[in-house]
Design a protein around this ligand. Structure first.
Ligand SMILES: Cc1cc2nc3c(=O)[nH]c(=O)nc-3n(C[C@H](O)[C@H](O)[C@H](O)COP(=O)(O)OP(=O)(O)OC[C@H]3O[C@@H](n4cnc5c(N)ncnc54)[C@H](O)[C@@H]3O)c2cc1C
Length: 407
């Protein structure tokens, strides 16, 4: 019996593999998606804290790494926020935007996205093989041979949509990079991005678990890089929260170069220094215990760490110079960063398959004809806020359209 030769095999049923499978099968191609997990879109279900921040109202090439600017510009010409929303609407999924411009499914549940993609793929005739890890990819004349442990498949076109090394528990691996290397592709150095940062500052332990809204400023070699206002979460040996994730790429890049990395925390972003000074001067009463007085403006669970770090005594709040120093501390608590929590905790991989050898209009390899890449396996990483999924959807769709155009 002769074995079927598919028009397209996609390795990975994640964000970009699913959009690619849908587009290609809708266009009439025979498509097989091979996934090592038991279900489609396992990582997708964990995105946006289970809500799936699928895109952003405001999106430009500047939301991505420098090396990807040209690819992103072309992608955004074809697939902007509106096209992304239209795409999900066409699957019957309605979306909503939060106050900072992040786009989510209206249900605020990632399942709405994963299920819609998968079931529309099935509706259009795509086939899926789960619990099957692709272990080898080869090209024999014009046909690709795709092998799992116990099966081999043939295909005219191959899309590597394996994602990156981030979050191995959800399917992250470096296998896609290995495949690319074997086909002769260059790999840009990889490192974790959108990841919590580690610190050996012992006072953090006293506030472990405290979450608040803060302005966090990244300082590299004492120079201000960027400030972000968002959630900040204290961990016993580091810092987390959306503000930290947003700054983590630049922090990790600086740490890689052995530069000194410090984050400066403004714990009371809604109060100016003047308002704080006024509060301390007018409301302090020596009869009130210090921690009770501070809890009028600060999260009570944060006070032990603050007092341990600043060594404030009750009488200090009668001293103008000391009050000014304390106010300065509350608006600029400096925490030295020593590292990150690694790929285990990272949301995204920075680095990956070099874009120099990827056609920016089609996502086809410039080295191997009919070989395509999409999503995070490529050297594209975006800011926190829906940018990584936006790229994953868009690159999967563009690759499939190019395959359809050649079919
Ligand atoms: C906790 C978490 C939260 C996140 N939240 C957001 C968010 O809200 N918004 C946002 O924009 N981005 C978010 N991201 C990032 C986003 O999920 C990824 O950038 C995106 O999923 C990448 O899509 P992809 O298709 O390239 O890879 P993935 O979605 O990772 O899919 C790749 C698939 O390939 C499979 N695979 C890998 N190797 C093989 C193999 N050899 N054989 C068979 N199958 C294989 C994997 O199991 C996986 O299912 C988050 C990431 C994490 C970890």
């Amino acid at each position: 019996m002769t074995q079927t030769c598919y028009d397209l095999i996609i390795v990975g049923a994640g964000a970009s593999g699913l959009t690619a499978a849908l587009e290609a099968s809708k266009g009439g191609l025979s498509v097989l998606v091979i996934e090592k997990n038991p279900k489609a879109g396992r990582k997708l279900l964990a995105t946006g804290n289970g809500r799936c921040n699928l895109s952003n109202h405001s999106i430009s090439f500047q939301n991505y790494n420098l090396a990807s600017y040209s690819h992103i510009n072309l992608l955004l010409n074809k697939f902007q926020t509106k096209e992304c929303i239209d795409f999900f609407n066409s699957l019957g999924v309605l979306t909503t935007k939060n106050e900072s411009g992040k786009i989510f499914p209206l249900s605020l549940h990632a399942k709405s996205i994963a299920w819609a993609l998968y079931h529309n793929c099935l509706k259009e005739g795509a086939s899926f093989l789960f619990d099957s890890k692709v272990i080898s990819l080869k090209k024999d004349s014009n046909i690709f041979l795709v092998s799992t442990k116990d099966k081999q498949f043939k295909t005219k076109n191959l899309l590597i949509a394996t994602g990156g090394a981030a979050s191995p528990k959800l399917g992250g691996s470096e296998l896609g990079l290995e495949f690319a290397k074997n086909f002769g592709h260059k790999i840009e150095k990889i490192y974790p991005s959108l990841v919590q940062l580690k610190s050996s500052d012992k006072t953090l332990k006293l506030s472990s678990g405290v979450k608040l809204e803060a302005v966090v400023t990244l300082m590299v070699d004492k120079k201000r890089v960027r400030s972000v206002q968002d959630d900040l979460l204290f961990r016993k040996d580091g810092l987390s929260g959306l503000s930290i994730l947003a700054l983590s790429k630049e922090a990790n890049f600086a740490l890689e170069q052995n530069l000194t990395v410090v984050v400066s925390l403004d714990l009371l972003p809604t109060l100016s220094k003047e308002a704080l000074l006024k509060h301390f001067k007018s409301n302090f009463n020596i009869k009130i215990p210090l921690d009770i007085f501070l809890s009028t403006i600060l999260n009570p669970n944060l006070i032990p760490a603050i007092l341990s770090r600043f060594k404030l005594q009750k009488n200090d709040l009668k001293n103008d110079k000391k009050i000014r120093e304390f106010v300065h501390f509350l608006k600029n608590w400096e925490v030295k960063i020593d590292g990150n929590y690694g790929f285990e905790s990272a949301e995204v991989m920075a680095g990956g398959v070099s874009l120099e050898e990827i056609d920016e209009k089609t996502y086809e390899s410039k080295i191997v004809k009919n070989l395509y890449f999409s999503g995070e396996v490529l050297n594209v990483d975006g800011d926190c806020g829906g940018y990584n999924l936006h790229f994953a959807w868009g690159s999967g769709i563009i690759a499939s359209k190019a395959i359809l155009a050649n079919a």
